[in-house]
Design a protein around this ligand. Structure first.
Ligand code: SAH
Ligand code: SF4
Ligand code: F3S
Length: 459
């Protein structure tokens, strides 16, 4: 409660301080949906502090860069982009540049920024999102650089203002943090311990979104299946989902991500019984080799994973299954990799997000003996080639079928077409105009490629 008052107090103070100046702010986001959801709150707080929200950093008086730390490449990109904003300060000396998110929540990062990036005015960790108005206010007032690292603060800030990117699609965080410590992953170190939002808060947010016309809601958490553990059986993820489905209205609900060790048959049964839940399951496998899964600390084996996939398909034959795979984890042999390719052929995924293993300082796997880059890249190329082959086959099978899709807007790859997504999150291109955006329509699939489906609208 006190926290919320603090946020409101500083948003008001900023508004008064900058009254009449016509200031704008821009939020630049890297990383996963969790970061996108956080950025919408950052934009919400800035908007309520009197800033116009703009998309172009060059027009902004405050730039916030929300960063990701999951792979080295993500960090390099965020740092180089932020470096590019330095010259904007020459034209606008009052410009404030702030960096938040997972990259700056690592132990060593604040020091690095203090020393090497003097044009960054303030830094705040993932647990300190709601401190932004106060930090920004103090940054104007004291003209000193401010560093606010994570310190294990587990409070969940409720009721922060939000500026959403889309009118018809929304993220709803149901939990924060992660307790799993997969040996390759930095997330538990930068997002803190797992904590769930109260179900009544989540239900109220979803109700409000549906009432405002939102058509698709994605529930977010690093491992949604362990939602509600701290509530002692009062409300687990399956219960939460069924309660969301009781809300009246024409909407679809999705969720991500599910850890296979915690994905329950109860959850699959709830999905099968509720047409409001999208027929899509993102179930990151990471590797098809039991030896690798153990080294990754994943707590399931190939057989258990496949049994889960079989159960899903038995209950929902049309379900789309997608996954994440890491290629080139330390000590991965040709045989381990062959197990992954074999598993891909067995499951026939609808989409795979594949990543070359990137060592993250502070995680156990970074201390293991690493594979040469050339081996990792070569394996990745083979994985991609196989997935293209499997997807071409899979997409081909859709031709002639009618699917319900949500239209997203004009296609980015083909401006003459509208782009839509199936419940399984596949892209479908169709003829039509902007008036279809944000609507559900039925489409008959006429053509396929490994990357998209083409279709015609039905009445
Ligand atoms: N909580 C989610 C994953 C979040 S990170 C889950 O458990 O599924 C998203 C994906 O990034 C992971 O599934 C993994 O495939 C990949 N990833 C995480 N750390 C990585 C690393 N160090 N190198 C390469 N890929 C990594
Ligand atoms: Fe990372 Fe594993 Fe947690 Fe996912 S479950 S965020 S991969 S530690
Ligand atoms: Fe990246 Fe943080 Fe998400 S490390 S993947 S933005 S939780």
């Amino acid at each position: 409660m006190e926290e919320k008052m603090n946020v409101s107090y500083y948003m008001e103070a900023l508004k008064n301080m900058n009254a009449g100046k016509g200031y704008s702010a821009c939020v630049v986001t890297y990383g996963c949906q969790q970061n996108e959801a956080d950025s919408e709150r950052v934009a919400g707080m800035l908007h309520q502090s009197g800033y116009d929200i703009v998309k172009e950093p060059a027009l902004a008086d405050v730039i916030i860069v929300n960063t990701c730390a999951v792979r080295e490449h993500a960090e390099e990109r965020a740092l180089s982009i932020t470096g590019g904003y330095k010259h904007l300060k020459a034209a606008r000396p009052h410009l404030k540049i702030g960096v938040c998110g997972c990259m700056v929540s690592k132990d060593d990062m604040s020091e690095k920024i203090k020393k090497s990036y003097p044009y960054i005015d303030f830094v705040f960790g993932t647990e300190k999102l709601s401190h932004l108005p106060e930090i920004l206010y103090r940054s104007y007032e004291k003209k000193k650089r401010i560093f606010v690292p994570n310190d294990g603060e587990l409070a969940i800030p409720e009721g922060l203002p939000v500026v959403r990117e889309s009118d018809f699609r929304a993220w709803v965080s149901i939990m924060y943090g992660c307790n799993n410590f997969c040996t390759y992953c930095i997330v538990p170190y930068v997002r803190g311990r797992e904590r769930s939002r109260r179900p009544e808060m989540i239900l109220a947010e979803v109700r409000e979104l549906v009432a405002s016309g939102v058509k698709e809601i994605t529930l977010l958490g690093q491992n949604v299946n362990s939602y509600g553990k701290e509530f002692g059986g009062e409300c687990n993820f399956a219960t939460l989902l069924s309660r969301i489905c009781e809300i009246e209205g024409d909407f679809t609900v999705r969720f991500m991500t599910s850890h296979p060790k915690d994905a329950s048959r109860e959850l699959i049964d709830v999905m099968a019984a509720n047409p409001k839940i999208a027929r899509h399951f993102h179930l990151p496998v990471q590797s098809g080799s039991d030896r690798m899964l153990k080294a990754m600390n994943r707590h399931y084996d190939r057989e258990q994973y496949l049994a889960l996939v079989d159960y899903m398909r038995e209950k929902m034959p049309d379900i789309a299954i997608t996954t994440d795979i890491i290629v080139g984890f330390p000590s991965e042999t040709e045989e381990d990799f062959a197990d992954t390719l074999e598993l891909m052929k067995r499951v026939k995924y609808d989409m795979i997000f594949s990543f070359i293993y990137s060592p993250r300082t502070g995680t156990p796997a970074a201390k293991m003996e690493q594979l040469p880059e050339s081996v990792k890249t070569e394996r990745m190329n083979r994985l991609l080639a196989l997935q293209n082959e499997l997807l071409a086959e899979k997409n081909e099978a859709y031709v002639g079928k009618t699917l319900r899709v949500l239209v997203e807007g004009t296609s980015k790859t083909n401006e003459k077409k509208m782009s839509a997504r199936t419940e399984g999150n596949r892209i479908v291109l169709l003829d039509g105009d902007e008036s279809l955006t944000g609507k559900f329509v039925n489409v008959k699939i006429t053509k396929s490629s490994p990357f998209a489906l083409l279709g015609e609208m039905e009445d």
